[in-house]
Design a protein around this ligand. Sequence first.
Ligand code: PAF
Length: 275
Amino acid sequence: MHIARTIDDLRAYLAPYRQATAFVPTMGNLHEGHISLVHQARAHGEAVVASIFVNRLQFLPHEDFDTYPRTWESDCDKLRAAGCDVLFAPDERALYPEPQTCKVQPDPALADILEGHFRPGFFTGVCTVVAKLLNCVQPRTALFGKKDYQQVMVVRHMVRQLALPVHILACETTRSEDGLALSSRNGYLSAEQRAEAVQLARTLQGMAKALRGGHADIAHLEQQAHEQLGSRGWQPDYLTVRRRSDLQAPLPGDPLVVLGAARLGTTRLIDNLEV
Ligand code: PAF
């Protein structure tokens, strides 16, 4: 596995591939979800490129940028074992050599709701770094996990509106045996919280089941879900039913997705389920 620390090195190394690469952007602290993306990437490019970059721009000042788990050695081992060909791992000076004052402002209709409402500016940070990483790697396909459902939609919309020459592939969420969606932030949970954490997925499953069974009172379903998690000691930001096309309130017949974000102690977890 070649490790590129600078954009010039990356571009020189990838030049012979002429954009026939598949790309998995990450912030490191890799788990089976990331590794599954690397495996899936193999089918979409002659070379598989991953990146590790903890992107300051997508963290609010009170969030966990400084403490975000950085696990370089084990990440490299996992990527090598997964057959990753190139790892792009710039430091902040290499990716942001000057203050990144030129930013990608995603469509507020999609980016200022749900995650964007509770984490203002989050998707501007994500779009800015993803656009920059895509420019650096110039892949044919970029793979993202559906656990970050809204992120995939925002990135897809950016790619379409800016006519970026890349195909965005959304991959299924990897879950642990009990159903908890894998996430780097699961590592923050105590043993007791880890046992409780699956309740977020279970609550969304309950909502999805009710909807499949013809339950039409969405407001009631959302309120019940809030109460259910709240009574177990969670602090939900949202537990909501949206239409898949644009994450707005659904009309009858719309394909649906249920999405949730809730805090367990100081750890904020998100998950979703297509109905
Ligand atoms: O999903 C993530 O890990 C990050 O948001 C991403 C896409 C790597 C951008 O920093």
